[in-house]
Design a protein around this ligand. Structure first.
Ligand code: IVH
Length: 658
């Protein structure tokens, strides 16, 4: 029985190694791979078993390591780490063991051989005994010293080996994948695979184009220097010009576990991936005394972080309909724990993404958390399919109202429901309308809104202001008291600031900031309704795309009617600069300003216009009522004269408003 399983596990690990190392496209998550290796180690205790990965699929020449490159034992929880620590105390016969902590870089282990202070050869770890020759590639990496300075003790050695990890910074990984995507190339699943793929190139100019970095953590064949501690090794490497990440000396178990917690938090701020912390016995004599197991030293352990990647099943793909009618496919996953959080769903963005990742319903998929962002479905595992998986087909009709779906623009990737009164869009729209930065109607949650829509009570936002006592309390489990609260909140919300009102309309691309900018620069709703593209372009932060959707919005009859209904139902828009009633001399008038005025700056003039109820316009159109002109007025003056628009001086303007 054991024999069969051992054979099976070896087969699994070999295939995993080939895919991981040969193709840089993993077929198992780290967690799965580790569990296979653990199981195999428990079943078979053969000291002959090689560590690490096969190199078979690579075309690079092989290099035998002078000393084997070993692996590290893992601790997955505190109990395992405690076990490691107490064994050290036991074996060394001391009360206190000093450990040194380093990040466990999630990259690719390499060894660089220096001879006569120059890089002689560099190789990947490979199977621990034999690795691949990556000398030419290593020479392209900027933070690796090509020559050891004379000031360094290392220059006294004829030959030595530096060991460390090659990583690709997360930011570079993201841009690399973006580039690959734009070229229709397969993207890398994670920074480690990208680092491996970038280093293991026959053409070193490809490696040179990727900003790889090397972090040194070990030294071999340096006995002559009679170094005493791991700390001395790191300091020596650092002085010789190698990049060494921060390490910490820890004098007892509590210090070590605190260090682990601290580094787990720091992890989020790093621009490279780590998958744990490595704890090494600091004293090198102690290290020698402790010695090695078959494949790992007894003096070190990798205390891992909870995995950022897990494999789970893609149970189905549902469609989420957004407020603006966009259809987003969503992965419904077999619930899975990902670094402490149960993940059930993840956005799949659009159909193009699904096809690119070749995701099928029923597939095993890799789900990954990048930094602390929302989990994403990275890839499928086609080799694990059993034939029952189903391809996803994007619907052609709206799942809610059954009208045909389409694109706004040809270039859009996203498909949307183009039906204005689609009920699902309505619920989302209402949700937006009552949200905090909009009308801020407390207690009007999704469930109630959905029921109001289902019952046909609310067909569009203005209907909310028609709700009367008794209508809400009919709804499931909603008592009189809750109803009264909601109705009161609705009443209060009727006085709304201009920017909230604009935001509430739900114009595409008009978020809180844009709504604020519009409210600040425009006088009133009338002004906004009649706004021209030209005027919009003069408002800071308003780009062409937003301008276009704003113009489109206000040219839609349904929307204008909706706004009119809101106003007729008693919505009072509060403008930023409240105009006192006795001062409204310019009420409803559009005033344009040009030239240099005798005493007012342009901004002051605009403020006065707005304070007195007028609206400032940046250009002269048929709708302009006055042009306030100073010296050196140019084209605006001619245009006003041409259109027969009254031109006034600053004096005349002052008389008007006083
Ligand atoms: S020491 C005999 N230190 O982890 C000690 N390894 O599972 C061998 N790694 O192959 C390595 N960061 O790729 C060491 N600070 C660190 C490390 C580290 C990452 C990797 C390395 C090694 C693997 C062992």
């Amino acid at each position: 029985m054991n024999k069969v399983r051992i054979h099976e596990l070896k087969e699994i690990i070999k295939n995993a190694d080939d895919a991981y190392y040969g193709l840089d496209q993993p077929i198992y998550s780290d967690q799965e791979y580790d569990s296979f290796v653990r199981e195999l180690n428990q079943l078979e205790d053969s000291p002959l078993r090689k560590v690490g990965h096969a190199t078979k699929t690579s075309n690079l020449p092989n290099i035998k390591h002078r000393e084997p490159m070993l692996s590290l034992d893992n601790a997955l929880e505190e109990a395992e780490f405690a076990d490691f620590y107490s064994k050290l105390e036991e074996k060394l016969g001391t009360e206190k063991v000093t450990l040194l902590s380093e990040y466990k870089f999630d990259g690719l282990a390499v060894e660089i051989v220096y001879r006569d202070s120059k890089i002689y050869q560099a190789s990947t770890r490979g199977d621990g005994e034999v690795g691949e020759d990556v000398t030419a590639n290593i020479l392209t990496i900027k933070n690796i010293p090509k020559e050891i300075p004379k000031s360094s003790k290392l220059s006294h050695l004829k030959s030595f080996e530096v060991r460390g990890e090659i990583i690709l910074p997360i930011s570079s990984f993201r841009s690399l994948n973006e580039l690959r995507l734009s070229r229709d190339e397969v993207v890398f699943a994670n920074p480690r695979n990208a680092a491996a793929g970038s280093l293991r190139q026959l053409d070193a100019s490809i490696t040179a184009s990727r900003p790889l970095e090397f972090y040194a953590y070990g030294l071999a064949s340096s006995e002559k220097l009679e170094l005493k501690t791991q700390k001395e090794i790191l300091d020596l490497l650092s002085l010789a010009g190698f990049t060494v990440n921060e390490y910490t000396t820890l004098n007892n178990f509590t210090e070590a576990t605190n260090d682990y917690q601290k580094r787990a938090l720091l992890r989020q701020d790093l621009d490279f991936e780590i998958d744990g912390v490595v704890y090494k016995v600091n004293n090198l004599k102690d290290q020698t005394e402790l010695g090695f197991k078959a494949r790992s030293p007894r003096w070190a352990i990798a205390y891992k972080f909870p995995p950022q990647e897990v494999v789970t099943r893609l149970n189905s793909i549902t469609i989420q309909l957004g407020r603006t009618g966009v259809l987003t496919p969503v992965a419904e996953l077999e619930p899975v724990n990902l670094s402490g959080v149960v993940v059930r769903r993840a956005t799949l963005h659009n159909e193009v993404e699904i096809n690119r990742k070749d995701l099928r319903i029923g597939d095993q998929v890799l789900v990954r958390r990048q930094g602390d962002v929302i989990p994403a479905v990275i890839k499928s595992f086609p080799e694990r399919r059993n034939g029952n998986e189903v391809k996803f087909i994007m619907p052609t009709h709206c799942p809610e109202c059954n009208s045909i779906l389409g694109k706004d623009n040809e270039e859009d990737i996203q498909i949307r429901c183009l039906n204005y009164s689609c009920p699902s869009k309505l619920i989302e729209r209402l949700k937006h309308f009552v949200s905090k930065p909009a009308f801020n109607i407390d207690n009007l949650g999704m469930k109630i809104l959905a029921q109001l829509v289902d019952e046909g009570i609310v067909k569009r936002p203005p209907d909310l202001f028609k709700l009367i006592k008794g209508q809400l309390s009919q709804i499931d489990r909603l008592g009189d008291k809750s109803e009264a609260n909601i109705l009161e909140a609705i009443e209060i919300s009727k006085n709304v600031s201009f920017n909230r009102f604009i935001y509430a309309l739900g114009i595409r691309h008009v978020g809180v900031q844009t709504a604020k900018a519009l409210a600040k620069f425009l006088n009133d709703l009338e002004h906004l309704k009649n706004i021209t593209k030209e005027e919009l372009s003069s408002i800071p932060d308003i780009g062409d795309k937003v301008s276009e959707t704003i113009i489109n919005y206000f040219s839609d009859f349904n929307e204008i009617e909706m706004i009119d209904s809101l106003l007729s139902l008693g919505i009072q828009i509060e403008y930023e600069e409240k105009v006192s009633s006795e001062n409204k001399t310019l009420n409803g008038l559009k005033v344009c300003v040009t030239g240099t005025l005798p005493s007012l700056t342009r901004d002051e003039a605009v403020q006065l216009i707005e304070k007195n109820g007028g609206s400032f316009t940046n250009s002269v159109t048929k709708k302009t009522n006055f042009l306030l002109a100073g010296e050196e007025a140019g084209s605006k003056l001619y245009k006003a004269q041409e259109l027969g628009i009254k031109v006034i001086t600053e004096d005349e303007f002052r008389q008007m408003i006083n």
